[in-house]
Write a protein that binds this ligand. Sequence first.
Ligand code: ADP
Ligand code: MG
Length: 176
Amino acid sequence: MKTLRLRTNSREQTIALGRLIGAGLPPGSVVCLEGDLGAGKTALTVGLAKGLGIRKSVSSPTFTLLIEHEAGERGVPLYHFDVYRLTDSDSFLELGFDEYIGGNGVCVIEWSGQVREALPVECLEIKINFADPSQPDSRELALSWQGNDEWLTKLAADWSKGLTTMNQPDNRKEER
Ligand code: ADP
Ligand code: MG
């Protein structure tokens, strides 16, 4: 299984990456997000929602565990979980959260490791790390997706293409 490592140097770049990921995600995908507090899991999800064509703003479900976003122009709803406060997979199942998986909607789960056993094997796994202590705004994202190496290869190509146009004024405006 391939692991794709990408670097971002600002919150805006992580949102742009999330948008690219969201734009290419098949309906029903499950995205597992790992990374310490402040790594950028919610920022990535903000972009992912944009990529799915969802217009309403995305905030952190830290206290509510789940925020549901109605489908936008692509007809795919987003179920945004933050399961930091769940201690195990059983609590995820007891809350009925597994019913969101396997439908048309995209599920994004922050702190997925807490409930990993309740999730499908074939998830897009994204681990966000602080890349360099001397550069507080840089992050390294490690992506893997069992059975979907080609999808990651395409993402890598699209991302490097996008980076060359990222600094153009029109794009900067769009990401705000
Ligand atoms: P998490 O959901 O992982 O706790 P958030 O997305 O809520 O993280 O917060 C990330 C924080 O880090 C924000 O304050 C954001 O401005 C900051 N930040 C700095 N650099 C980056 C980057 N490259 N990507 C994402 N966020 C970044
Ligand atoms: Mg968060």
